[in-house]
Design a binder for this molecule. Sequence first.
Ligand SMILES: *Cc1c(COP(=O)(O)O)cnc(C)c1O
Length: 412
Amino acid sequence: MREEELAIHGGPRVKTDAFGTGKRFGAEEAKELLEALEQNTLFYHSGTKVKTFLRRFNELYGVRYSVAVSSGTAAIHVALGAAGVTVGDEVITSPITDQGTLIGILYQNAIPVFADLDPRTYNLDPASVEERITPRTKAILVVHLAGTPADMDGIMEVARKHRLKVIEDCAQSWLTRHRGKLAGTFGDYGCFSTNDFKHISTGDGGIVTVNSGDEEDFQRVHAFADKNYRRFSDEVMRDPECLAPNYRMTELQGAVGIAQLKKLSWICGRRHAYGERITEGIRDLPGVLPPKVPEGGWSSYWFYMFRVDESRLSCTRDQFALALRGEGIPASPGYIPHVLYRQKMFRERRAYPGSDFPFSLSDVSYEPGLCPVAERILATSIRLPVSEFFTEKDIDDMIRAIRKVARYYAKG
Ligand SMILES: *Cc1c(COP(=O)(O)O)cnc(C)c1O
């Protein structure tokens, strides 16, 4: 069979029309915002919008308690603080994630420890997590990357065996499920982001679930997001036991959140269908490895990332991505530039200017080769955007482009 000429070589482009777009915010958000302003207060404790946002979230997630915060990063920091993570503790996490996963660990002056990943789900491998446990390990901070659930059976087993806290980073994984249970409800705390790039947006914002359902636990989380003040009635306790930041959500964010939450299930449903459709469309291709969702899992595909097997192709990963771009598909090589432990901060073991604290408390390794699977994932993956506003034709064009490029470069 004669292969079709690639667009980068002057052939016809696969994608000739624009990708679907749409409006994320409309009359419902405007109505909620106006009501928030008419309250004459934008403070979460005085108004009703953040409270209503959380009540609806709790119903959707089947949890008794959650706390609203100013970002996903804040949500994770709050969960770590509430879990008692403190100076010199080790927290095991993923080397492929957003910076927001790490920030709270280092602000608690705790030590990030990186475990390796599953080569096809890009999420933590429970066996590698267990290998990295030391007497100083306090918590596992598990990331559900790109909408796909981590192996929570395996992670929870390791955590129970070693009595570790589990915090779930669900910033990219709204409505993600594992064996019918929602990501964010397995561990002690689940952390969500509503920054402007996530499934739903409040501009910035976040939520922490309190999965114990215990009131004291809830009060600890709540206080840690609000200066460690205890604001549970009209009488406010302003004599904090320990340091905690101010990560409060405002009524404006809560108002937008109420309206956005109504769209969440449609958004995640579309993204799920589109992600699965791409996998179906490319799974038979030589040299192309679609992402895997674990058995019994459900992904809400924040993005779609597949890997290439360069041994079966006559091109590199970068050439494959470039060829896709030539076909009109906005593909990017990899995700973050390198595994997190190769960031300057870890190479030089410096988080605070002029200080080597807290790294000086630990001899944990950040050497290249620490997580070989994670390093291979970043070196061999190609990321495609997924949007609920794409059309089925957009997805089929993506599939056609991947098929065209893979066939062109297929060896033998
Ligand atoms: C977006 C994101 C965060 C941080 O959320 P912000 O709201 O931007 O602070 C944390 N972890 C992951 C995996 C993310 O994608």
